[in-house]
Design a protein around this ligand. Structure first.
Ligand SMILES: [Zn+2]
Length: 720
């Protein structure tokens, strides 16, 4: 039993311990890394020289590391010698099962560009020059490094050598073989000739010593030098000043730009004279017209004119200009045909009335797009809204309120052309302060003249007048006469009441109808008493009453007549009547808030005139614009009411003192005194007395003036 247990234990020991010991301890593999240039390193540490060898246990893994300090070469990878697999630097090899050998694979850093000038039709290999541009660290090449050159032509399916004086032919392919000194390179650098990679390239050695690099290139067909001039914006609506010129050259040693342009002019073909004629820088290219561009440029060292095109057209004329047998420029004249349709166009009137919004439309040609519109009026501007219709036409309006004081507006549409380049179109619009009358009306609605019609009805013919736009018109005065009525104003078809002879300033047609008022007569009785102050009796004497003011103020009372006089003959009471006749409304204006009556100081010798001022009041409006109401000639009572006088001598109705139940405060009466006596002849009058009488007279007149100048007026609060 014990033996068996021991043997199991031994077996276990062998399985658990002895087997691993033999696997790891006894099976190791050798790794060899060969490298010709530089040192092996892992992350720049511990540089090792070639060959570098190390041992890895079976199933183990390791990293390949990299090579440094190998200029002008660089490590591309590690080539495993059995499988041929090239591993990148730092690749990790896992589960190693055999010895492995890796050889470093190198590549030349940088490259070599060979430029062959003169490979063009008509030239020979002898005309060609070769320049070398090397970016290989520490290695340069020049023409002296050329060991030999050979050119071959594809002829009848075979590549045949050509000699150095055989001209290159257009349309035929050529190969170019070159052998360069290796200049220390043991590997072939990345090389191009005129941008073309070689068909083959190899380093050639003599007894294992590299001494040359041989390469062969297939260059294709020889290409003549070309200069393509692109003229942008050559489109309808643009001008020569809008054009942009750009230059692209091939196979030409020099480049051109807009700065090389010495002179440009544009001609358009005129059918009538069958030749081209000059146009100005600001002349607009028109649709369907053929144009020619003449351009002079610096030759930039060229002695032979290149094959020039302008927008794909071949010039009719293209030569090198010379001065004293030296080339000084290139002269080109090229017909460009008709301009392209404008990418964007704005349409609208050239002038607009300052009171009218500017309506415009815009279109984009096929493939072009409209983005937005901008207007500028003087120093102010902004974007304006627009709508697109199904037809692709855009419509917009710049409101007249945006014009400000500007005399013109520049409207610009922004967008893109079919080729994706930004495109614009502009339109300059003159803003007129005057209206633009077309068929008798401006776009803003104004007309040059307006018709004023006076329509008095069937009994009268129509009167016509013409108002000029912007000029006030003085309306007709009183013109229609009807029995018992007075023409007092005009009622317009516009709903406005106009005074006779008033001002009409609206720029619009109007019909004016006469407004009539009824003539009415108001009677106010009065009594004049004559008293004697002396013993002499006065003869027949007439006393007159007058209105010295009324509540009409500035209102028209021209149709009102007032009369009131009484003739006396000696002492006694005499009845008189003040008669006021006029249109009802004029009377209402005068009497609704009071008119004032005073005797006229006749200034007759010996008389002292009663200067009492009486107030008169009409308490109901007689007729409201009575045109046809003949029955309205009713009785209207004028009441005699108390007056007040203010500190300025202005009379007014004493509203506080009025008794509304009994308006007539007292009857109007005047008492005049005749003061003469039948004195003996020769009795001198006292100067004082006569002076006093004169003073009284003057006072009365001046008081009347003051009173007439302003009448105290107060709105009546209530009639009851
Ligand atoms: Zn207008």
């Amino acid at each position: 039993m014990k033996k068996r247990i021991l043997s199991i234990l031994l077996t276990l020991c062998m399985v658990l311990m002895l087997v691993p010991t033999t696997a790891f301890a006894e099976e190791n593999y050798m790794i060899t890394q060969n490298f010709k240039y530089g040192t092996r390193t892992y992350d720049g540490t511990d540089p090792q020289t070639s060959p570098y060898q190390f041992v890895i246990p079976a199933g183990g893994s390791f990293g390949l590391a990299t090579i440094e300090d190998c200029s002008p070469y660089k490590l591309v990878g590690w080539k495993e010698s059995v499988s041929g697999t090239v591993y990148p630097p730092y690749a990790e090899i896992q589960n190693l099962q055999s010895d492995l050998t890796f050889d470093a694979v190198y590549q030349v850093q940088g490259g070599l560009a060979i430029k062959i000038d003169g490979f063009m039709p008509g030239n020979t290999p002898n005309d060609c020059t070769y320049t070398f541009e090397s970016t290989i660290p520490g290695v340069t090449f020049d023409e002296k490094d050329i060991k030999y050159l050979r050119w071959k032509i594809l002829w009848a399916g075979q590549w045949e050598p050509i000699n150095e004086t055989e001209a290159f032919e257009a349309g035929t392919s050529y190969r170019f073989e070159i052998s360069l000194k290796n200049n220390g390179l043991e590997l072939v650098p990345a090389t191009t000739a005129n941008g073309i990679a070689p068909m083959y390239s190899q380093v050639v050695s003599n007894n294992g010593v590299p001494y040359a690099i041989n390469m062969e290139f297939e260059l294709g067909t020889p290409v003549a030098p070309t200069l393509a001039i692109t003229v942008d914006n050559f489109e309808v609506g643009k001008t020569p000043a809008d054009l942009k010129y750009s230059f692209a050259s091939t196979n030409l040693d020099v480049t051109f730009s807009e700065e090389d342009i010495q002179y440009i002019s544009w001609d358009k073909y005129v059918f009538e004279v069958e030749r081209y004629k000059d146009i100005a820088e600001t002349d607009v290219f028109e649709a369907g017209v053929r144009y020619r561009c003449r351009i002079q440029m610096d030759n930039n060292g060229l002695e032979q004119e290149p094959a020039v095109t302008m927008n794909g057209n071949t010039p009719k004329h293209c030569t090198i200009m010379t001065k004293d047998d030296k080339p000084v420029g290139i002269e080109i004249a090229c017909e460009l045909g008709t301009p392209a349709p404008a990418a964007l166009t704005i349409s609208g009137p050239d002038v607009v009335c300052a009171e009218q919004g500017y309506e415009f439309s815009a279109t984009a040609s096929e493939g072009a797009e409209i983005s937005y519109f901008h207007y500028r009026c003087g120093e102010y501007g902004g974007d304006t809204g627009w709508d697109r219709t199904d037809g692709g036409v855009c419509y917009g309006t710049v409101p007249a309120s945006e014009y400000g004081d500007a005399d013109s507006m520049v409207l610009t549409v922004y967008g893109t052309a079919a080729n994706g380049k930004p495109a614009t179109a502009t339109k300059t619009v003159q803003i007129l302060k005057e209206h633009i009358f077309v068929d008798g009306v401006c776009g803003c609605g104004a007309k040059p003249e307006y018709t004023i019609t006076y329509d008095g009805g069937a009994d009268f013919g129509l009167w016509m007048d013409v108002k000029t736009h912007g000029v006030d018109l003085t309306l007709a005065g009183k013109g229609f006469y009807r029995e018992g009525l007075v023409h007092t104003g005009w009622m317009g078809s516009d709903g406005v009441f106009y005074e006779l002879g008033g001002v009409y300033s609206t720029d619009a047609d109007v019909t004016l109808y006469p407004v009539y008022d009824q003539l009415i007569t108001l009677n106010v009785p009065f009594t004049t008493t004559v008293k004697l102050g002396g013993d002499a009796a006065p003869g027949e004497t007439t006393f007159d009453l007058a209105l010295i003011g009324s509540s009409a103020g500035d209102m028209d009372t021209s149709d009102v007549t007032v009369s009131g006089s009484v003739t006396t003959n000696g002492a006694g009471d005499y009845d008189g009547e003040l008669t006021i006749t006029g249109p009802s409304q004029q009377l209402w204006h005068m009497l609704s808030e009071g008119a004032f009556v005073q005797q006229v100081d006749g200034g007759e010798d010996g008389w002292t005139y009663d200067d009492t001022v009486w107030g008169l009041l009409l308490d109901a409006n007689p007729v409201a614009y009575a045109v046809s109401d003949d029955a309205a000639a009713a009785e209207y009572t004028v009441y005699v009411v108390p007056t007040t006088v203010d500190e300025f001598g202005n009379y007014g109705i004493d509203w506080e003192a009025i008794d509304w139940e009994n308006l007539q405060s007292e009857d109007m009466h005047f008492t005049n005194i005749y003061a003469k006596s039948t004195t003996e002849p020769g009795t001198p009058k006292t100067g004082d007395n006569s002076n006093f009488a004169l003073w009284l007279a003057l006072f009365a007149v001046s008081a009347a003036g003051v009173i007439g100048a302003g009448v105290y007026s107060r709105r009546r609060r209530s009639t009851k």
